[in-house]
Design a binder for this molecule. Structure first.
Ligand SMILES: Cc1cc2nc3c(=O)[nH]c(=O)nc-3n(C[C@H](O)[C@H](O)[C@H](O)COP(=O)(O)OP(=O)(O)OC[C@H]3O[C@@H](n4cnc5c(N)ncnc54)[C@H](O)[C@@H]3O)c2cc1C
Length: 530
């Protein structure tokens, strides 16, 4: 993973001349004056943890698994939001942990949490490091030091129960590896977020992730049937049946807790039989309103494809749904649909062909024009390419960032307008693209991509805009996040969303599980009112 960008540097993408011209002529994008620094030039604060404490950490996990090298610290500084990357490219390593610690078992995690509580060392659980909401930004203020608790060694498939269709994993398994391990049993998780290549199962649960095939497989939190969590005050072991009426579901308290309540050390996940057939296709709608009405009809009446995504007019024109052919978009609004079926269609989804025919009937009735397989297959081919494109855009002098929200169908147009207005207010004439990314019977998620020219303090400029967008989302009645989570970036808006009683509950749970407040300080949990 590129420390200052995304993915394998060998897969970096050149921007087509057409896109460079668009950036130059419409957004005034110019090559940055100062090139990105090299890894060795990132400025890190000195290691604050005293030697005896580093020795005590090594006593728990072994000295090979306590890393204080420049490179290890840089690679665990922040996540992968655009402000994170801009800061790293500028050589700002001020949020680096003092050490990276890699536990090898639940018991070691539990012991580390006891030690760090006693010694007041802040602990930031670190999965794939792909947070885009400031979920990994260390703060040693008020602590002896900060460690990144890298869960990469907890990378095993623990068991498969083919009868119940439940698989048990350690949290550090990356998504492609999880799929590979399950494929050997003829199974799949079906979780394909755009961060698929690097994100981990523990990170998906901790941040309530949602993948591109959520219409068929559900969100990641729908897949979690059980969890083991190490906390500074003991272990939580949750989930002995798919559903239960035994009081509130405490699994839900862990899902989305972003490392602030405890460290997930194993997960039991619902899996499905792997499909043997996948089909993708495209449809065109005249306007975003018409397309939105069509995806709502599918969500409410069925049949629901496995993948369903609707781009607005701007995103369609730019061709963002086909990142490998960016700049070659068309008119109207592009809808991408994908259909899957298993050999025996045992999951009750019916065959891909039947689902496709049923979907076509609804989309035709709603005014859609079929475009055939090509747009869908192009989307499928480039589905993990967009993050590489972001690196190229940053290098070319553009700030490009994404943000997302969700709301009920009746409120979706208001939410769409509110976000766009807030961005226009902050930037003047930014390029703003949007798609409906996840659908439910009662509403949907809107996913925005914003492009502006880098100017002066690009991070400050973005943070100012993000504040305005957050306020607009709250005022327009949407949720501050459908799937990226809260981290530090959404914490204040989250407080507004859940209100003072909700904040009080969060604080009470935090105080009970983590009385020393060492777990991911500053993330998720709003501070007490001043
Ligand atoms: C290019 C890009 C595309 C993305 N696309 C999507 C997308 O399509 N859908 C989506 O949902 N998200 C997406 N994300 C966001 C991100 O990938 C998700 O939030 C993902 O769930 C994070 O997983 P991770 O393993 O990288 O966790 P990290 O980023 O390492 O951690 C995320 C948070 O969870 C905590 N944490 C991690 N592991 C554990 C654990 N075992 N126990 C307790 N806490 C833990 C961390 O402390 C942090 O607060 C994208 C991000 C990027 C950079």
């Amino acid at each position: 993973m590129l420390w200052s960008g995304w993915g394998d540097p060998a897969l970096a993408r050149e921007l087509p001349e057409q896109v460079r011209a668009l950036l130059r002529d419409f957004l005034g994008v110019r090559a940055p004056d100062v090139p990105a620094v090299g890894l060795e030039s990132v400025r890190l604060p000195p290691v604050a943890l005293p030697e005896p404490l580093l020795g005590a950490l090594a006593g728990v996990v072994g000295s090979a698994y306590v890393l204080t090298s420049h490179e290890a610290r840089v690679r665990h500084t922040r996540g992968k939001s655009t402000p994170d990357l801009l800061r790293m490219r500028a050589g700002d390593g001020s949020a680096a942990p003092d050490a990276v610690v890699l536990p090898g078992s639940h018991e070691e995690v539990a012991e580390l949490l006891r030690l760090c509580s006693a010694e007041r060392v802040a602990v930031i659980p670190f999965g794939g490091g792909t947070s885009v909401v400031g979920g990994l930004t260390g703060s040693g203020a008020g602590f002896t030091g900060v460690i990144a608790l890298d869960l990469g060694r907890l990378d095993r498939l623990l068991s498969v129960d083919p009868e119940s269709l439940v698989a048990s994993f350690e949290p550090g398994v990356r998504a492609p590896e999880a799929e590979r391990l399950l494929a050997a049993h003829g199974l799949t998780l079906g979780h394909f977020p755009q961060s698929f290549e690097y994100a981990t199962l523990g990170g998906f649960a901790a941040a309530r992730s949602s993948g591109q095939a959520s219409a068929g497989y559900g969100r990641f939190d729908d897949m979690v049937v059980g969890l083991t969590v190490a906390t500074p005050t003991g272990t939580l072991d949750l989930g002995r049946a798919p559903k239960s009426a035994a009081g509130p579901d405490l699994r839900q308290l862990v899902l989305g807790s972003e490392g602030a309540f405890g460290v997930i050390t194993s997960l039991r996940l619902r899996v499905r039989r792997a499909p043997d057939e996948r089909r993708y296709e495209g449809w065109r709608f005249g306007t975003f309103a018409e397309g939105t009405a069509a995806v709502r009809a599918l969500a409410q009446e069925g049949p629901l494809p496995t993948v369903l995504r609707l781009s607005d007019e701007t995103e369609t024109m730019i061709g963002l749904a086909k990142p490998d052919a960016i700049g070659s978009g068309g008119s109207g609004c592009l809808l991408i649909a994908g259909y899957e079926s298993t050999p025996a269609s045992v999951s009750g989804w019916g065959s891909a062909a039947a689902r496709q025919a049923g979907t076509a009937a609804v989309l035709t009735r709603m005014g859609g024009e079929p475009l055939g397989a090509e747009p869908g297959e192009a989307w499928e081919h480039g589905r993990f390419s967009a993050p590489y494109l972001r690196d190229s855009l940053l290098g070319a002098g553009a700030t490009v960032e994404t943000l997302e929200t969700a709301g009920f169908w009746a409120n979706l147009p208001r939410l769409y307008d509110a976000v766009r207005l807030a961005l226009a207010g902050a930037f003047g004439s930014p390029l703003v693209m949007c798609h409906v990314s996840h659908v439910y019977e009662t509403g949907a998620s809107l996913y925005f991509t914003v492009v502006v020219a880098q100017e002066g303090d690009s991070v400050g400029q973005w943070e100012h805009a993000k504040e305005a967008v957050n306020a607009a989302i709250v005022a327009a009645g949407g949720t501050i996040s459908h799937h990226h989570g809260v981290g530090r970036d959404h914490r204040d808006a989250y407080a507004a969303e859940v209100g003072p009683v909700g904040v009080g509950i969060l604080r009470a749970v935090k105080d009970r599980l983590d009385p020393a407040g060492i777990l991911n300080p500053g993330a998720l949990i709003p501070p007490p009112a001043a």
